[in-house]
Design a protein around this ligand. Structure first.
Ligand code: ADP
Length: 576
């Protein structure tokens, strides 16, 4: 039973009149009325005019359906559908679609439609067979296989790459699920797809940059580190572990322990730079130091760079930077330095050679020429005494020039690299006797006593020509720089390692500091005339040094001005 108020009665009446006027069935009219218990009722009405057999209108048949419940369900369904489509359309990167068992679209969201259009250039609508989109592209089989698995009841979650390569190939995270009907039968498949291309691209870019970083570290042999000053530990890149020769799984990277890797001689200095300059004063760290590689104990040169990092409160919390193995670079630069030094010396050698040729040979020759010219001149008559004096001058000049020539020849063969060491067994007694023959005459002329302290029975393995040249130069120098009445002592003794130590000691004028600090250097001239005005060229000691070094020995001098000098050199023991 339904109660209608007056207003409704008027409406019904009006509608009935319209039906009558039209003479045929009238439309559904939805009425909102109130039922007995007062609740709102929605009615769907159909009104049909009734005629008697003679065609006269006798009334109106009205049938009303209560559609309250149906409408409620319908509006609920509409709300759910709106909500669902709002959800599936809401994310710009989510693709949702459903297919029936024959891969026809049941539904899809806007994003899916757009993507199909973008990748495959196809317009889709409900009912389109998805397999038709792919044409003959291999993606077709791939997609079909996934749908078939879901249609067989499987729930799939896979990352896939789809798309036509010429256009855009995208990465997708796909979730396939079967659709079950109310009676438990699989009637289709839903597919929920996330576009993870950006993520994948970012991941690939990260991998690429990591790869680039790692490879460039390997190529340059530069490692990186971060020392945490609060936790007192450090981290390092693979290359730095390699430079330090440490096993990342076994080595404990504590800040204090780091100094164990540093070469003991560089530890103190490095600690000062790192702690006082970099951490306390916040200066950039920039230093070359040595490490002792943990894996094999080999010393390597490294170059470290770094800077401190402070927290929001301004306190230094860590030190980060790079360490590069520069051993090879360092060796190359040492070699370069050595060859530069060699070049400098060569240049000085050349200068010396020219200066000796120019002055030291011309002067004695002009003396010899001058005297011999006067002597040859028949018109000049010399007394016997004058004759003796001139001859003596000639002899002196000729013999010192000869000594110089000898040195020059030896030196030039040394420079040309043709002076090879020829080791022979030398009986020192005989050797010194020979040497004395030429030396004793000069000593005698200057009234200098020669003392021979060479052990009688000693033999030595050395190059006789070189040893002769060394001793001849040291002895003539000793005589040259010792005044009459002085003495020159030559000694030799075998040392515990079987090497021989030779000394030539004089009681001469000694060597001032200015000359002392430049002894044995070719690039600085320390020549001075002897005590009787004997000429000097500054070549003898250089020859001595080179010949001693060719034997693997060393040469040095001790001297006190006014008291004398002692030149010593060693000739290491040679095995036959
Ligand atoms: P030279 O004797 O021809 O000058 P050296 O190379 O033998 O060449 O010696 C270079 C210089 O070293 C000498 O000129 C001299 O100043 C100093 N010198 C060498 N030996 C002695 C020595 N025994 N006593 C003092 N000075 C010396």
């Amino acid at each position: 039973m339904i109660f209608l108020n007056g207003k409704w009665l008027m409406i019904i009446k009006k509608n009935d009149e319209i039906t009558i006027k039209k003479g045929n069935q009238s439309s559904n009219e939805e009425w909102v009325i109130f039922a007995e218990d007062g609740h709102k009722v929605l009615l769907d009405t159909i009104k049909t005019p009734m005629y008697n057999p003679s065609g006269e209108l006798i009334g109106i048949l009205g049938i009303a359906h209560d559609i309250t419940e149906r409408n409620k369900i319908l509006s609920q369904f509409e709300a759910t559908t709106t909500l669902l489509s709002a959800i599936i359309e809401s994310s710009p990167n989510v693709v949702v679609f459903a297919l029936d068992k024959n891969y026809h679209y049941l539904t899809f969201n806007k994003k899916h439609k757009e993507i199909i259009k973008m990748i495959w250039g196809k317009e889709i609508s409900v009912g389109t067979n998805m397999m038709d989109i792919f044409g003959n592209h291999p993606d077709k089989e791939k997609a079909k296989a996934n749908f078939d698995r879901a249609l067989a009841g499987e729930y799939l979650s896979i990352v896939e790459e789809y798309g036509d390569e010429e256009k855009t190939r995208q990465f997708w995270q796909d979730y396939y699920s079967p659709i079950y009907s109310s009676n438990g039968e699989i009637i289709g498949v839903t597919c929920f797809v996330l576009d993870i291309s950006e993520l994948k691209r970012a991941e690939a870019a990260l991998k690429e940059s990591e790869y680039f970083f790692k490879e460039s570290q390997h190529a340059a042999f530069i490692g990186s580190y971060k020392a945490d000053l609060l936790r007192k530990r450090w981290e390092s890149s693979e290359v730095l572990d390699q430079i330090f020769g440490i096993d990342k799984d076994l080595y404990q990277k504590t800040n204090d322990g780091f100094f164990d890797i540093v070469h003991p001689e560089d530890r103190g200095h490095l600690k000062i730079i790192l702690v006082e300059d970099s951490i306390n004063k916040r200066k950039p760290f920039n230093s070359e130091f040595r490490i002792v590689r943990k894996s094999d104990g080999v010393t390597r040169w490294v170059y470290g760079l770094g800077k401190v990092i402070a927290n929001d409160q301004g306190n230094v919390t860590s030190l980060i930077g790079t360490i590069m193995d520069i051993t090879e670079l360092k060796n190359a630069s040492e070699e370069l330095k050595a060859s530069e030094e060699q070049l400098r010396e060569l240049n000085a050698t050349k200068d010396k050679f020219f200066s000796i040729n120019a002055h030291d040979l011309r002067n004695p020759f002009s003396v010899v020429l001058g005297i011999s010219e006067i002597m040859a001149d028949k018109s000049v008559l010399f007394t016997m005494d004058e004759m003796r004096q001139n001859s003596e001058l000639l002899y002196k000049t000729a013999s010192s020039t000869y000594a110089l020539l000898e040195n020059l020849l030896e030196w030039s063969s040394l420079q040309r690299g043709i002076c090879k060491l020829k080791i022979e067994s030398i009986s020192l007694e005989k050797f010194i006797k020979n040497l004395n023959e030429s030396i004793s005459e000069i000593a005698l002329k200057k009234s200098i006593t020669l003392v021979n302290n060479i052990p009688q029975d000693a033999t030595i393995l050395a190059d006789p020509n070189m040893l002769h040249s060394i001793l001849r130069n040291l002895l003539t120098n000793a005589i040259k720089f010792t005044s009459s009445g002085g003495s020159v002592t030559i000694s030799a003794k075998m040392q515990s390692d079987n090497s021989f130590l030779f000394t030539v000691k004089d009681t001469g004028i000694g060597i001032p500091d200015s000359i002392m600090k430049n002894m044995f250097r070719i690039d600085i001239n320390i020549s001075r005339p002897g005590t009787s005005g004997e000429p000097s060229t500054g070549l003898g000691l250089i020859l001595c040094k080179e010949f001693v070094e060719k034997h693997g020995g060393s040469i040095w001098v001790e001297s006190e001005e006014g008291k004398g000098s002692t030149f010593s050199f060693t000739i290491p023991a040679f095995s036959d």
